[in-house]
Design a protein around this ligand. Structure first.
Ligand code: GCB
Length: 599
C-alpha cells in the first residue's frame, strides 16, 4: 500500500493523449474491471498539485518545484495524507452523483482506484479501455501516467503491455467534471452533469499484431457492393492477408495488407437482404488475421437523400422518431443493456422507426440494440448552444469526440445520421467550426447523412430556417417550440413554413412540459392535457411543413436538469417527457403513438 501511495504522486513522463481506438471491444478477449472501485474526493486537487500549485506529474513542473523535492529529500517523507484502500467504494460503471447522496451536487475532482492481478503471456499485448469518463480523465497504471482524455461520452484506450505485473496492479484515474467555458459541451446545458467513470472499463488482450479497426458497410450509392477497410495494429509482414467471411452470403474474401497495415476492399454480392426497421436483418461477419477471429453482427442498408426525400434502401422513408437522453430509471447515467432495452422498447411501443440519441454519443448498447430491434438512429456530439467557437482547442476537442463517435459506431447500420451540433447561434466562427466538423465526418464516413439541429426564424405567422451551414447538410433539421417557448397553439394550422432548401426537413424537437398525474384544462401549463393539446396542434402544423421527412419530439422520458427549478412541478427535472421518470405514460404519449400508427 505504501508503494501505491508513493506511486501515484511519482513523476513519470507523460505519454500524451489516448491512443488510436480499438473497436468492437465486446467481441474481443476482455477482462472486465467493472465493480467496486475505491474513491477519494479531492476538491483541491491535492493529489495533483503541490502547495504552490505545480503539477506533480509534469516533469518540468516537478523539477522546477524545488521546494517540493527538497522538502521530500530532506525529510525522506512521502505524501501520506490519503489511503485508497481505506477509502470508500462506489460501483463502476456509474456516475457519482446518483450513487452517493453527499455527492449529488458535486462537480470537481475524484480519484478512483482499482487493484487487480493479470497474467500476460509473452506473445500478447494488453490495453485498458474506458467506454466513457465524464469529463476529463487522467489515467495512471502502477504509478505511470498513461495519458489524458477529454470528452465525457466517447471511448478511449491505452496500451499497458510493458507496465502490467502479475500481481497487485493499481489503476488510478483522476476524473474532473468541472464545467468549463472552453469545453465541449460548455458550462451551460439542459442536462445533468453526471460525473465519473460512467461506462465499462475493460482490459483487452491481443496478439502482437491484430485487427484494430474495420469498416464494413455498403458502398455509397451501390447496394450490391460491401466496401470498407481493415486496419492492422503493428502489421506483421509474415502475415500478409486478412479474410472477411460472411457465411450466409457465401463470402470469403481474402485481402492483401499494404505496408501501412491497411486493406481496402470491395466485395460484390447480389444476394444481400437489406436491413430496415421492419426487417432488421444482421449478418454474422468474421474478420480473420493471424489466428485472430473477430466476430461482429452487421446489417446492410443504403441511406441517401434525393431532392427532398430520405431514401432507405432506395425507397422513401418517413422518420417516426423520439429524442432520448441517456438516463436510467434511478435518475443516473444509463449504461447497461437493461437500460437500453427499457428506453428503446418504449420507443418501439410508441410506433417509432427512428430515435434521436441526444445530445452526446450514448453508450454502445443503445446502438447495438437499435441494430437488432430495428430503429434508425441519429447520433450527435455535444456541440451544444454556445461552445467557444473561436477557440482552436475547443474545435480540436469537438472533432476528437466526432472521430471517436464515428470510430466506435461506423459499423452500426442503425445509425443513419451524424449530427454536428444543436441550436448553435449563427456567426462566422460558428459556421466555420461546424462546416469543418461536417467535412471531417464526410471524410471519415461518406455512407451516412450529415445534419445538425438548427434554430428557426419567424415573422408573424411565417417560419423558416435561414442558416449558412444548412447548404452543407443533407437534412435540414430544426427545433421548434410552438406553444411552449412562445407562439399560440391555436395558430398552429395558420403558420406557414417555407424552405429555401431542396432537402428533406426533420423536426428534431418540439414539446412542452407536463407533470405526470397533474390534470386540468388544455390551456393550463404543466397539466397532461396541456401537453396533449400541444402535441395535437404541433403535429397538425408539422404535417404541412414542406419537405417534411420526419420528427423526433422532445422527449421520451423526463430527465434531470439543474436548470429546471420549479418546486412541486419540475423539482430538478425537465418535464417534457412523454413518460415520467417513474415510468408513467402521459396523455401525449398516446397522441404521438396514434399519429405514428396512422403514418
Ligand atoms: C431545446 C434543447 C434541449 C432542451 C429543450 C428544452 O431546444 O435542444 O436540450 O432540453 O430545448 O426542454 O428546453
Amino acid at each position: 500500500m505504501n508503494k501505491l501511495i508513493t506511486y501515484i504522486f511519482l513523476i513519470f513522463p507523460l505519454l500524451g493523449f489516448s491512443q488510436e481506438l480499438i473497436t468492437n471491444v465486446h467481441n474481443r478477449q476482455t477482462t472486465s474491471l467493472n465493480g467496486e472501485w475505491n474513491y477519494i474526493v479531492d476538491q483541491y486537487e491535492t493529489g495533483y498539485y503541490s502547495f504552490h500549485h505545480d503539477a506533480f506529474d509534469q516533469q518540468k513542473g516537478f523539477q522546477k518545484s524545488a521546494f517540493y523535492s527538497n522538502y521530500h529529500a530532506q525529510n525522506k517523507q512521502e505524501l501520506v495524507e490519503y489511503d485508497f484502500d481505506k477509502s470508500p467504494t462506489m460501483t463502476i460503471p456509474g456516475d457519482w452523483n446518483s450513487q452517493k447522496e453527499n455527492l449529488f451536487y458535486y462537480e470537481g475532482n475524484i480519484w478512483f482506484k482499482k487493484s487487480f492481478d493479470y497474467d500476460l503471456k509473452e506473445n500478447k499485448r494488453l490495453f485498458v479501455y474506458f467506454g466513457a469518463i465524464n469529463y476529463k480523465a487522467e489515467v495512471y497504471l502502477n504509478g505511470i501516467k498513461l495519458g489524458i482524455h477529454e470528452g465525457g461520452f466517447t471511448p478511449f484506450n491505452f496500451e499497458i503491455s510493458s507496465i502490467i505485473k502479475e500481481k497487485d496492479n493499481f489503476l488510478v484515474v483522476k476524473v474532473d467534471d468541472t464545467r468549463k467555458k472552453e469545453a465541449v459541451p460548455t458550462t451551460n446545458t439542459d442536462w445533468f452533469n453526471y460525473g465519473g467513470i460512467t461506462r465499462d472499463v475493460l482490459l483487452i488482450e491481443e496478439p502482437k499484431s491484430f485487427i484494430q479497426d474495420y469498416f464494413v458497410q455498403l458502398k455509397k450509392g451501390d447496394k450490391n457492393t460491401i466496401s470498407g477497410f481493415v486496419k492492422i495494429n503493428n502489421f506483421d509482414e509474415n502475415e500478409e492477408f486478412i479474410n472477411i467471411k460472411i457465411p450466409e452470403l457465401k463470402i470469403n474474401y481474402k485481402g492483401k495488407i499494404n505496408a501501412e497495415g491497411m486493406v481496402s476492399f470491395e466485395i460484390n454480392s447480389k444476394k444481400i437482404k437489406y436491413w430496415s426497421p421492419e426487417t432488421p436483418k444482421l449478418y454474422d461477419v468474421s474478420l480473420e488475421y493471424n489466428n485472430q477471429i473477430l466476430q461482429d453482427n452487421i446489417g446492410f442498408r443504403t441511406i441517401e437523400t434525393q431532392n427532398a426525400k430520405i431514401l432507405l434502401n432506395g425507397k422513401p422513408v418517413f422518420l417516426k422518431g423520439i429524442s432520448i437522453h441517456e438516463e436510467n430509471d434511478k435518475g443516473g447515467r444509463a449504461n447497461s443493456k437493461a437500460d437500453a432495452l427499457r428506453l428503446l422498447t418504449w420507443a418501439k411501443e410508441l410506433g417509432c422507426n427512428y430515435v434521436r440519441l441526444a445530445h452526446y454519443p450514448h453508450n454502445e448498447n443503445m446502438v447495438r440494440l437499435a441494430d437488432k430491434i430495428g430503429l434508425m438512429v441519429w447520433e450527435e456530439i455535444p456541440v451544444y448552444w454556445t461552445v467557444d467557437f473561436t477557440n482552436m482547442e475547443t474545435y480540436k476537442n469537438a472533432e476528437n469526440q466526432l472521430v471517436e463517435m464515428i470510430g466506435r459506431d461506423k459499423n452500426r447500420c442503425s445509425t443513419i445520421i451524424w449530427s454536428m451540433a444543436n441550436e448553435t447561434p449563427i456567426s462566422d466562427a460558428r459556421n466555420t467550426f461546424i462546416n469543418n466538423l461536417n467535412a471531417k465526418a464526410r471524410d471519415l464516413d461518406n455512407t451516412r447523412l450529415i445534419s445538425a439541429a438548427l434554430l428557426t426564424k419567424s415573422n408573424n405567422l411565417n417560419s423558416y430556417v435561414d442558416d449558412p451551414i444548412a447548404e452543407n447538410l443533407d437534412i435540414i433539421a430544426f427545433n421548434e417550440y410552438l406553444g411552449w417557448y412562445g407562439g399560440n397553439l391555436d395558430d398552429a394550422e395558420k403558420i406557414k413554413w417555407t424552405s429555401k432548401y431542396n432537402k428533406p426537413v426533420v423536426v428534431s424537437e418540439f414539446g412542452g412540459g407536463a407533470k405526470a398525474g397533474l390534470h386540468g384544462k388544455k390551456n393550463e401549463r404543466w397539466t397532461e392535457e396541456f401537453q396533449e393539446y400541444l402535441y395535437v396542434q404541433n403535429l397538425k402544423m408539422i404535417e404541412k411543413i414542406p419537405n417534411i421527412s420526419g420528427l423526433s419530439p422532445w422527449i421520451l422520458v423526463d430527465f434531470r436538469s439543474p436548470r429546471r427549478l420549479l418546486p412541486e412541478i419540475q423539482d430538478g427535472y425537465n418535464r417534457k417527457g412523454l413518460i415520467s421518470n417513474k415510468g408513467i405514460k402521459k396523455k401525449a404519449f398516446f397522441v404521438l403513438k396514434n399519429f405514428y400508427n396512422n403514418k
